[in-house]
Write a protein that binds this ligand. Sequence first.
Ligand code: MF3
Ligand code: CO
Ligand code: CO
Length: 254
Amino acid sequence: MISIKSKREIELMRKTCELAKSTLEYIEEFVKPGVSTEELNTLCHEYILKHGAYPSPLDYHGFPKSICTSLNEVICHGIPNQKDVLKDGDILNIDVTTYLNKFHGDTNKTFLVGNVSEEAKKLVQVTYECMRIGIDQVKPGGHIGDIGAAISEYAHDHGYSVVEDYCGHGIGREFHEDPQVVHVGKRGTGAQIKPGMTFTIEPMINLGKKHCKVLKDGWTVITKDKKLSAQFEHTLLVTDDGHEILTLRSDETP
Ligand code: MF3
Ligand code: CO
Ligand code: CO
C-alpha cells in the first residue's frame, strides 16, 4: 500500500529531509585524501544527534554504522571503517538517512576525491543526470515505470549499465515503504503517481556490467567486474502539478 501524506506529515517530511540534506552539505569539506570513512561516519553521526535526530541506518536490520560509505567499485551499503582512507582519484558515495519527529529523509551524493580521472568524472556526471531525468518524470497521472524507463535509456545511451538488484522506495514513517522505484523499466507500467506520495529515486550506474556481489560482511554490495559504480539519491514529494525535491542542496539547480 502506498501512503499519501497529509499536510502535517508533509511538513515533518520537509524537516527531516532538510536535515539529511544539510548533513551532506556539512560533510563535504571533510571529504578529502587522508580521511577515513570511519571519521566521516563519526562526524555525520554527531551532526545528526546534535540536531535532535537519529541516523536511520544505525541498527537498521543490524547495519553497524550511521551512514553508508560506498567507495569506487562499491555500489551501495558500504560500511564505514578505519581501513578505508580516502586517496586522490577515489569516488565516494555518502548516503545519509535521518529520523526526525518520526519521519525519515534519505539522500546521497557521490563525491570526487582530489583529482579524478576523466572516465570516473564522466560516470559521476552522467549518474547525476540519470537521477535528474528520473525526477523529471514525476507528476500526477504518470506511472512509477516512467522513471526507470527514462533513467535506463539515458544510461545505456552513454554506454553504462543500471543496477537492477536495488531500487528507490517510498519513505515516511518507515525507512523503506511502497512503492519500489526500479531504475529500469517500461513507460506506463507500475503504480500511478499521486499527489502526497513521497519516495526516493537513487539510480546506481556502473561503468561495466550491471551484476552485483554482496561481500561476506552481509552488507557491502560491489560490482561483479570490480569496475566503478556511482549513485545519487533524492527524496521527492509529488505535488498537484509535478514534484518537489525535498533534499535539494544549495549546490544544485532547482
Ligand atoms: N539509505 C539507503 C537507501 O537509500 C539504505 C541503507 S540501509 C542500511 O535506501 F542499512 F544499509 F543502512
Ligand atoms: Co533510499
Ligand atoms: Co539512501
